[in-house]
Design a protein around this ligand. Structure first.
Ligand SMILES: [Zn+2]
Ligand SMILES: [Zn+2]
Ligand SMILES: [Zn+2]
Length: 275
């Protein structure tokens, strides 16, 4: 399997939309991997995860054709992961000769309601000709072609059940773990004994204290230790931290030095990981 990170920032981006803090100033100066757009990833050029407002920037930057994408997994309704308005651009007057007839969208009930709300608001029932929504239940597995996917509840929001995803394909497994703070007991229980080939974790808070919604780097290391204890890892397991904010007080270069000690890789916009 292969994951490509298209965007690796939290909601405000790095540099943030309206900010002159030291982290943002330094990121502007350094450029390159210090610049982070909002969260999006793609597995095997097939399964798109999340749809932020930066999706348009991503098709330009990576020269991608989203019209051919058939499956979109949404983690939760925060706007750095789900910007439904741009899905209107799939309507016949805005998108021609599309590679896929229907876009299947998978997510929780809030995501489904937002899709309904915007089709009503713009009076465009036509959207349902080209989008199909599939509401997910935590721990209930589903199939997309020969991928088996388990949506898992994440401790992230009080107003909806945000989801992280365990995706299996051809004997390989990835845990796509943001947005999330420390996992629920049921999630640890579920993961026990499963072999994970790639673990991608929320590192929003960097070297500052974590909170109800997000992990920091220390939490990422604690998750790794616990998964090792639960028998979920191999010497080849890839460990990745992602979803960064200027509030985490860490830039790419410094974060990479810190993470190397624990065998973590620091995601950057455009990074591809095969496993
Ligand atoms: Zn986020
Ligand atoms: Zn800033
Ligand atoms: Zn979020």
């Amino acid at each position: 399997m292969k994951i490509k990170y298209l965007g690796t920032a939290a909601a405000e981006g790095i540099p943030a939309l309206f900010c002159r803090c030291d982290i943002c100033k330094e990121a502007r100066k350094r450029g390159g991997r210090e610049i982070r757009t909002r969260s999006q990833a793609i597995i095997d050029e097939k399964l798109l995860i999340d749809f932020p407002a930066d999706s348009y920037l991503h098709i330009l930057h990576y020269n991608m054709d989203f019209s051919s994408i058939e499956h979109l997994l949404i983690t939760h309704s925060h706007d750095d992961h789900f910007y439904p308005f741009d899905l209107l651009m799939r309507m016949s007057e805005y998108g021609h000769d599309m590679g896929a007839k229907v876009l299947h969208i998978y997510g929780n009930s809030v995501v489904g309601n937002l899709l309904k709300e915007f089709s009503d608001r713009f009076s465009v029932p036509e959207v349902w000709n080209y989008m199909q929504f599939h509401e997910l239940t935590p721990f209930e597995k589903f199939k997309i072609e020969d991928y088996t996917i388990y949506p898992l509840p994440s401790r992230h929001m009080r107003t909806e059940t945000a989801l992280i995803y365990l995706i299996e394909h051809n004997g390989k497994t990835i845990l796509y773990g943001n947005d999330s703070s420390m996992f629920y007991d049921e999630v640890w229980e579920f993961l026990k004994g499963r072999t994970l080939d790639c673990v991608s974790l929320d590192c929003t808070m960097g070297r500052t204290p974590s909170n109800f919604s997000h992990m920091n780097y220390e939490d990422n290391v604690a998750v790794k230790k616990r998964l090792e204890e639960l028998g979920c890892t191999t010497p080849d397991t890839r460990w990745i931290c992602v979803h960064f904010s200027h509030n985490g007080q860490m830039l790419y270069r410094e974060m990479t030095e810190l993470a190397a000690v624990d065998n973590f890789e620091v995601a950057w916009d455009g990074m591809e990981v095969g496993f």
